[in-house]
Ligand binder design. Structure first.
Ligand code: FE
Ligand code: CA
Length: 527
């Protein structure tokens, strides 16, 4: 929708005066193109108002924005206005167009004389531009109740080109007294519940800093709606769940810097999309929740014939076709599939239990095979350097993507990079990179369960992966370092270990891996 369509011509002088600055939820930019990006904010004078209103009068507010080529706003290149209405939770978004490719911009909002913080955005390079490098941070799973957002604070300091969030941005569960930080409200059910939850998250200074620092590409996983939902399957009547999903998706849209095509229509919205970075890279953002079949045999863990049935789907037909077209036509150096759940095989063979974690791609083996077909140069045009980005597990992983995960001599098609959580599950633990799953799944090459993110530096000749971790999320005073580094050379597929830094002795707070790390991982992922 062009910016002009959003202009509200009605007089707004009657909107009650806001005596406090209403920009308490920060500012954000997202979904950049080579001539613009989306900017976002949401007005709230009292973010923690229990009715989810942010303390805003039920009136519409005219809100103005500026985009400049300098942080001091001496050279403003765009300005305009839009409205923040109670129907959309007093969120505001503007699509900025007509900017120059491949450069930084700064933006801010104003309402009734109150100014917002300044945010930094970037446009993507044009296809003609010679692009040296793309730096992106891969983030997931930020349970506010489990720890401070130290990881977001460090992310804000990286001056990255993009922040890619793979979901579990909020957790929908009820506030409890026994958590590290208390979230307000019951388990999210109403639109007001979700709005309050997002407001509490956005009010966090570290999350605000991360949003203001760089444009975000936001996806979602299950906890933006309800634990482990699959399509309209969530252990309650489908009509009930569809109504819940509609409310949750509306709140997601209100609270994320995404484009208008991601505006929900009832219980549906379009979140899968592609962002191109010159000729260097494409990011294919996937939605593995909305269209998927239920977990096989309704199991969280185990095995059953349904697991490999071609009748079941992870992406749905239309997204699958879109991805196949996108990848077959790609002439980029690097193609990144930014998605939620673990892609590679993780067969678990423990004394008490054998099987697969069914919420991940293992539970959708046929769909995984379809994606592997798209990545396999033996079958036709395939991306030059495919990379799968994964969230969800609350641990960092690196794994080879194998044409056939059950055959060790099968070709490696690319690399799967799994990011640990921002805060979910609290501090986690350090390990030497090994994990018991590797015994039966030799394509898995690195594991670590400290909190952090992955920093990907993508260049024509190689992609570097830095596993950035913090020692603790239970104190704001924290240390961040690169726990491990890998490099994937162009057309090599196989990642090489280039750095391995155990916590130094002065970082005394780091917990060591438990004796039974396999059981710990199963506990973590099965909840
Ligand atoms: Fe999570
Ligand atoms: Ca999840």
């Amino acid at each position: 929708m062009p910016a002009a369509v959003m202009l509200d011509q009605r007089p707004t002088a009657a909107a009650p005066r806001l005596r406090r600055n209403p920009f308490r939820l920060g500012v954000a930019s997202g979904d950049p193109s080579d001539d613009g990006f989306v900017i976002w904010t949401r007005l709230a004078v009292s973010p923690l108002a229990r009715d989810g209103s942010g303390g805003m009068p039920r009136r519409r507010y005219t809100i103005r924005f500026q985009v400049a080529t300098d942080r001091g706003f001496n050279r403003v290149v765009r300005d305009g206005q839009t409205t923040a209405t109670p129907q959309w939770g007093h969120s505001a978004r503007a699509v900025i167009r007509g900017l120059q490719p491949g450069r930084e911009y700064w933006y801010r909002w104003r309402v009734q004389g109150h100014l917002s913080a300044v945010g930094r955005a970037v446009t993507t390079p044009s296809p003609q531009q010679d692009v040296g490098r793309l730096t992106l941070l891969q983030l997931s799973c930020a349970a506010f109740h489990a720890g401070y957002f130290n990881v977001y604070r460090h992310a804000a300091q990286e001056r990255a080109d993009l922040m890619v969030h793979l979901g579990d941005y909020i957790y929908e569960g009820a506030g409890r007294d026994d958590t590290f930080r208390r979230v307000l409200g019951p388990r999210c059910e109403t639109l007001a519940d979700y709005r309050l939850r997002y407001a509490q998250y956005h009010a966090d200074p570290d999350l605000r800093a991360a949003h203001a620092a760089a444009p975000w590409l936001v996806t979602f996983d299950d906890h933006e709606v309800a634990n482990n939902y699959a399509g309209l399957d969530a252990g309650r009547p489908p009509a009930d769940f569809a109504a819940l999903r509609a409310r949750a998706y509306q709140a997601w849209f209100e609270n994320q810097p995404v484009r208008w095509f991601s505006r929900p229509s009832g219980a549906d919205l379009r979140a899968h999309r592609r962002v191109e970075w010159g000729e260097l890279a494409s990011l294919h953002l996937l939605d593995t929740r909305q269209y998927r079949s239920n977990q096989p045999c309704n199991l969280d863990f185990g095995d059953c014939p349904e697991r490999t049935s071609p009748a079941r789907t992870m992406l749905g037909d239309s997204q699958t076709e879109w991805l196949a077209d996108s990848l077959a036509g790609s002439e980029k150096r690097w193609d990144l599939l930014a998605q939620q759940v673990f892609f590679g095989r993780r067969y678990v063979d423990e004394p008490e239990r054998q099987g697969y974690l069914m919420d991940a791609w293992d539970g959708y083996a046929h769909s995984r095979g379809r994606v592997l077909d798209m990545l396999d140069p033996a079958l036709g045009p395939a991306p030059r350097n495919p990379v799968v980005l994964t969230g969800d597990t609350h641990a960092a992983w690196l794994a080879d993507i194998k044409r056939d995960y059950t055959a060790t001599d099968s070709p490696t098609l690319g690399t799967e990079v799994g990011a640990t959580s921002v805060a979910s599950s609290g501090d986690g633990y350090d390990s030497d990179g090994r994990h018991p799953f590797m015994l039966d799944n030799p394509h898995i090459r690195f594991h670590n369960a400290l909190r952090g993110y992955c920093r990907l530096t993508i260049e024509r000749t190689a992609m570097s992966v830095a596993y950035r971790v913090v020692d603790t999320v239970r104190s704001r005073d924290t240390t961040m370092w690169t726990r491990a580094g890998y490099v994937v050379p162009d057309r090599e597929a196989q990642a090489l270990l280039v750095a391995d830094r155990a916590p130094s002795s002065d970082v005394a707070r780091v917990r060591r891996a438990p004796d039974d790390a396999a059981a710990a991982t199963l506990r973590e992922e099965l909840g």
